[in-house]
Design a protein around this ligand. Structure first.
Ligand SMILES: Nc1ncnc2c1ncn2[C@@H]1O[C@H](COP(=O)(O)OP(=O)(O)OP(=O)(O)O)[C@@H](O)[C@H]1O
Ligand SMILES: [Mg+2]
Length: 266
């Protein structure tokens, strides 16, 4: 459903120079699937999420959604960043309603935010402010807010990285239950090999730095087992080992790329 074609990105540096961040990216993220992106720090994962969210324009290439240029496709995308992007001066309820207020939604639609808050156990805290919530609650609020806009594509950049191990597992299962209830294409960045193998239908491995690229895609097959059972088994550990080894391999530099960091005079 989301296709990346010939994508590259360079950030402008002082004195009209450019720092190449992403290069030679061709990938396809299937509709209604859970796709995870993993790769070393600095390989361009956040940049890629921003491009797919339409917040950053690629230097070359394009993002297609259902075969159309992303901005013309009219498919709603929602993004959750690592710090959740909650507004500290707004209450839980006002944060949850934010996308609907921005879209000037009518009262019945605004009720959706309240329903989501209730469903995710946050309604009793509706009048609180984000700093009065636990990490897990903030995380749930960020997901509620993203879902209030009824997106078809949910983009997440390391959403669980600041949570302790058990809260993180709860948050993962919470997200899976949301995804089971509604058709949602999830594309999520993680640094955790175990999280990737637990959640993903497909894991996209990024390698390299300046530019980073998607090296390969590993499809996780659970043979009909529930995720919880799968996590206990030998195959889960084998997938983790495969992913670890793939990440360790030093890839060939992409064709046409010379040097470690490309800084071109504009
Ligand atoms: N605004 C910017 N200006 C110049 N270079 C940038 C800018 N933002 C990111 N970069 C560079 O682009 C590359 C990719 O950055 P990005 O944040 O996408 O990496 P990442 O894979 O998300 O890293 P991490 O795992 O640490 O979050 C890095 O080399 C970074 O230094
Ligand atoms: Mg990042």
């Amino acid at each position: 459903m989301v296709e990346l074609k010939g994508l590259s990105l360079a950030y402008p540096l002082p004195r009209k120079r450019l720092a190449t961040a992403l290069g030679h990216i061709d990938a396809r993220f299937e509709k209604d699937r859970f796709s995870l992106i993993i790769g070393p720090s600095g390989c361009g994962k956040t940049s890629l999420i921003k491009i797919m969210a339409g917040l950053l324009k690629p230097g070359t290439g394009k993002v297609l959604i259902r075969g159309e240029e992303a901005q013309e496709a009219g498919v709603k995308r929602a993004v959750i960043f690592q710090d959740f992007g909650l507004l500290p001066w707004k209450t839980v309820q006002a944060n949850a309603e934010l996308p609907l207020r921005i879209a000037h939604a009518k009262e019945p639609e605004r009720k959706r935010a309240a329903l989501l808050l209730e469903k995710f156990g946050l309604l009793p805290f509706a009048k609180r402010y984000p700093h009065q919530l636990s990490g897990g609650m903030k995380q749930r609020l960020a997901i509620v807010r993203a879902l209030a806009a009824q997106p078809e594509i949910l983009l997440m950049d390391e959403p669980f990285s600041s949570l302790d191990a058990l809260t993180r597992e709860d948050a993962q299962d919470f997200l899976l239950s949301v995804k089971e209830e509604q058709a949602l294409t999830v594309i999520m960045v993680t640094h955790s090999i175990e999280e990737a193998v637990y959640l993903a239908d497909s894991v996209y491995v990024m390698t390299g730095k300046n530019p980073g690229t998607i090296q390969t895609c590993i499809t996780v097959s659970r043979n009909g087992l529930s995720r919880a059972l799968f996590r206990e088994g030998r195959e889960f550990r084998e997938y983790c080992a495969l992913l670890r080894n793939t990440l360790k391999k030093t890839p060939e530099p992409p064709p046409g790329f010379q040097g470690k960091r490309q800084q071109e005079e504009a």
